[in-house]
Ligand binder design. Structure first.
Ligand code: PPS
Length: 309
């Protein structure tokens, strides 16, 4: 980021102090989306990708930023300096985001970029602009087990003052199970991408696999992108995208979106980065109730989620 861009970003943060609030949810085709997205839905839906564009799709908090960093490094041969050229959200725009500065609008950024572009979305499959499928764009989907995904989302909703108010943990579990959080039902989100993965040539990844064997998953992404990099470069990318290194990387840890928008003192964006943290949040009763409901909502699907590794 240039000095000029940094100054305009900090100006925007100052202005945001008055403008931010917890955006209400408005349904778009039954999916609750924050009002700044719903109000701009027509331009999001009309977005025309180029066939060379790559989409990284996730339910919120499933490992998006991690995957974005891996992809950016792969595309730049593991060059750490180039991948520190700007914060993640500038390097890889967030398609549907239209919130006020300092969070930049995805469509505005994309208009200024030449393809091939890497694009982030949390949209469920049926709301992804149809050009992505029509143009046979590559799509990477990352999924995370429901319990850890929810814990991460809960802490994010506490710290991100633009997200709807999470309320107490006990009630949050029910909102998650009913699909009432921003971007809707986790269950439908993962099932729809899973069912379409072969037909649409989607690379379907699991957060737990990435934790278990990051090198294997980095290579999986590399092959999907039809690339071949040296062992040294791959090892370097694995190191640069470890939780520890990314947490200290100001261009990957969202520290550029400071208070009052992201209040990292409530919970840092790079919080724990673990599999199984759910066990520190769910009571045995909550876990049992959640598991029973999970079995009903996921009946008939065979997605191999793991809640521990
Ligand atoms: S967002 O806001 O939807 O884009 O968030 P997202 O990036 O999908 O998810 C954030 C969670 O991913 C963790 N994270 C990582 N875990 C392991 N390794 C690496 N390198 C990494 N980078 C980000 C981040 O800490 C959030 O998870 P929790 O459980 O809250 O720590």
């Amino acid at each position: 980021m240039s000095e000029e861009e940094k100054i305009s970003m900090s100006d925007a943060i100052e202005k945001a102090r008055d403008a931010i609030y917890r955006f209400p949810l408005i349904p778009i085709r039954g999916i609750p989306l924050m009002n700044h997205i719903a109000n701009n839905w027509d331009s999001i839906w009309a977005f025309q990708p180029h066939p060379s564009d790559l989409l990284i799709a996730t339910y919120p908090k499933a490992g998006t930023t991690w995957t974005q960093e891996i992809v950016d490094l792969l595309l730049h041969n593991g060059d750490a300096e180039i991948c520190r050229r700007a914060p993640t959200i500038i390097r890889i725009p967030f398609l549907e985001i239209f919130s006020p500065p300092p969070i930049p609008s995805g469509i505005d950024l994309l208009k200024k970029m030449d393809p091939p572009r890497v694009i982030k979305t949390h949209l469920p499959l049926q709301l992804v602009p149809t050009g992505f499928w029509g143009n046979k764009c590559k799509v990477i989907y990352v999924a995370r087990n429901a319990k850890d995904n929810m814990v991460s989302y809960y802490h994010f909703d506490r710290m991100n003052q633009t997200q709807p108010e999470p309320g107490p943990w006990d009630g949050y579990i029910h909102k998650f199970m009913r699909g009432e959080l921003a971007w809707g039902s986790w269950y439908d989100h993962v099932k729809d991408y899973w069912e379409e993965r072969d037909k649409k040539s989607i690379l379907f990844l699991f957060y737990e696999d990435m934790k278990e064997n990051p090198r294997r998953e980095v290579e999986r992404i590399m092959h999907y992108l039809d690339m071949s990099l040296s062992d040294d470069v791959i090892n370097h990318i694995v190191e640069l995208t470890s939780f520890k290194v990314m947490k200290e990387n100001p261009m990957a840890n969202y520290s550029f979106i400071a208070g009052p928008v992201f209040d990292h003192s409530i919970s840092p964006f790079m919080r724990k980065g673990e599999v199984g943290d759910w066990a520190n949040h769910f009571t045995p009763e909550q876990s049992k109730m959640f598991d029973e409901d999970y079995a009903k909502q996921m009946k008939g699907t065979d997605i191999p989620f793991r809640t521990q590794i």
